[in-house]
Ligand binder design. Structure first.
Ligand code: SF4
Ligand code: SF4
Length: 188
């Protein structure tokens, strides 16, 4: 995979004017005003009918790189694709993943997650679990509407996290193109 490295000029010493933050504030206001008047002109001319999303009746189509809550890929046989290796649990910076591995020898699966919990109140949607997973078994979904009446409600169990693989195709295709991965069809 070709990696694009962006060098950011981090100046160690700021001048007196920069220390007032005024140039940055003016630049920010100029950008906001430019976009506002561009959208307004488009709306007045009819070229851009509307730029307000009437949520929740209307939804925006998030970019392919968008990261919603992490979910588990569910195979056609109903099992999670996860092999309970624990790499995502190790990679998670907020320690919000808890995996209890189990064995399913009768299905030819050496390890599977007997329990797989994610505490969404601590998850920061960073995607490190997705990057660490060697099985494409945990991916970032497009779901962001998470609500609960108490802390226990934010603890998502395996059954809450499983999503059939075809519904995650768009994210899986994005990951394969982004990381240059070859896809292997799961064995029965
Ligand atoms: S998205 Fe980040 S914080 Fe959330 S479970 Fe994955 S690694 Fe942890
Ligand atoms: S890294 Fe992937 S295969 Fe390993 S435990 Fe996490 S989700 Fe399962």
């Amino acid at each position: 995979m070709a990696v694009r490295v962006v060098h950011v000029d981090r100046r160690s010493k700021l001048g007196w004017m920069e220390r007032t933050y005024l140039p940055a504030i003016v630049a920010g206001l100029a950008t906001t005003s430019r976009v506002f008047f561009k959208n307004l002109a488009g709306w007045l001319s009819g070229k851009k009918p509307g730029f307000v999303v009437q949520y929740p009746e209307e939804r925006v189509d998030y970019a392919d790189a968008f990261r919603g809550m992490p979910v588990l890929v569910q195979l056609d046989n109903g099992h999670p694709k996860c092999v309970a290796c624990g790499l995502c649990e190790f990679a998670c910076p907020t320690d919000c993943i808890t995996i209890v591995p189990g064995e399913l020898p009768e299905h030819g699966i050496e390890r599977y997650p007997d329990e797989f919990d994610i505490d969404m109140s601590r998850c920061m949607f960073c995607g490190l679990c997705e990057e660490a997973c060697p099985e494409e078994a945990i991916v970032m979904s497009r779901e962001v509407e998470l609500g609960a009446y108490d802390r226990e409600g934010t603890n998502y169990r395996k059954s809450d996290l499983l999503v059939p693989e075809p519904l995650l195709k768009r994210r899986l295709d994005f990951l394969r193109s982004e990381y240059g991965r070859q896809h292997e069809a799961p064995k029965d």
